[in-house]
Design a protein around this ligand. Structure first.
Ligand SMILES: [Zn+2]
Length: 265
C-alpha cells in the first residue's frame, strides 16, 4: 500500500485483510456463499434458508439424503444440508438440487481429493481437524509472505497447491472470514505481550493509498534507550484527515493495545 509499510510489522496485512473482509462479504451475492457463511458463523442465523415448517419431515428428508449420498460427505444439523467436501451449504428443498450439487465439477474434484487424503492420512484422528489446521497454516503463510488471499482464486496456483499438498484448498472468503481474524488476534496479543505496561512512543501518519483513500497508520515502539522495533498497531481509513479523526484513531489504537484502559503516568 505504502512504501512505509514495508518497514513495519506484518500486522498491516492482517488488518488489511480484516478491512477488506466487509467489502468482500458485500460482494458475495451468490446464495451458496451466504449459506456457507451462515453455517460457518453460527451467530448469523440461516439467512437465506426457507422457513422450517415441518421440522420432523425436514429432518428425515435430510437424513435420507445423507444415507443415499453417503459417499459424498454430506452432513446436517437437521436444518440445512452441508457438504463437508466443498465446505458449503447445499440446497435441499428438492432432491434434484442435491443431485445437482453432487454432479458439479467442484464437488467431484473435492471428492477425489478427499479420497486421496484419506488414503494418505488414515492414521489422523479426523479429517476436519487436519483440514482446519491446514487452513490456518495456509492463511498465516499467505499473509506472512504478502500474498493477498484472493490469489487463491488463481486456477493454476490453486491446482498447484492441491496437487502437492493433497488438501482441498479453501475459498478466499473462508480464510478471510474464519481464519484471518484469529491470526489478527494472535498478532495483537503478541504486541500486547511485548509492550505490557511499558512506556511507548506513538507515531501517527496519514497517507493516501493508490485508490485515494486516506489511510491513517499508528506506529508504536518501546520508549527505551536501546533500539526498539517499530510496530504497526492499527490502521484505518479516515473520512477526512484532521485533528478529530486523528485523535479518534489514536484512542482506537490505545484501546487495541490496552483494552482495559489507557495507562497514564
Ligand atoms: Zn460438495
Amino acid at each position: 500500500m505504502m512504501p512505509k509499510s514495508e518497514r513495519i510489522v506484518k500486522t498491516l496485512n492482517v488488518q488489511e485483510e480484516f478491512r477488506n473482509f466487509s467489502c468482500a462479504a458485500q460482494q458475495l451475492n451468490a446464495s451458496q456463499s451466504t449459506h456457507r457463511f451462515s453455517f460457518v458463523n453460527h451467530t448469523i442465523k440461516t439467512v437465506n434458508m426457507p422457513k422450517v415448517r415441518h421440522s420432523v419431515n425436514l429432518k428425515s428428508k435430510l437424513t435420507s439424503y445423507i444415507s443415499e449420498f453417503k459417499e459424498d460427505g454430506l452432513s446436517t444439523d437437521n436444518k440445512i444440508l452441508f457438504c463437508n467436501l466443498c465446505q458449503c451449504a447445499v440446497s435441499s428443498t428438492q432432491k434434484f438440487l442435491v443431485q445437482q450439487h453432487i454432479t458439479t465439477s467442484k464437488h467431484q474434484a473435492n471428492k477425489q481429493l478427499n479420497s486421496k487424503q484419506r488414503q494418505l492420512f488414515l492414521t489422523q484422528p479426523t479429517t476436519s481437524n487436519v483440514r482446519s489446521e491446514f487452513n490456518i497454516d495456509l492463511c498465516r503463510s499467505l499473509i506472512s509472505a504478502d500474498i493477498p488471499l484472493y490469489k487463491l482464486k488463481n486456477k493454476v496456483f490453486r491446482e498447484f497447491l492441491e496437487k502437492y499438498t493433497q488438501h482441498t484448498i479453501p475459498d478466499e472468503s473462508t480464510l478471510r472470514k474464519t481464519y484471518a481474524p484469529s491470526i489478527y488476534d494472535e498478532t495483537i496479543q503478541k504486541i500486547r505481550d511485548e509492550i505490557k505496561d511499558s512506556s511507548i512512543w506513538v507515531s501517527i501518519d496519514e497517507t493516501p493509498d493508490k485508490e485515494g483513500r486516506l489511510v491513517g497508520n499508528v506506529v508504536i515502539g518501546l520508549l527505551s534507550e536501546q533500539y526498539s522495533e517499530r510496530i504497526l498497531l492499527h490502521c484505518d481509513v479516515l473520512e477526512k484527515c484532521n485533528n478529530k479523526t486523528i485523535v479518534k484513531l489514536f484512542n482506537e489504537a490505545m484501546g487495541i493495545l490496552w483494552p482495559k484502559g489507557i495507562m497514564k503516568r
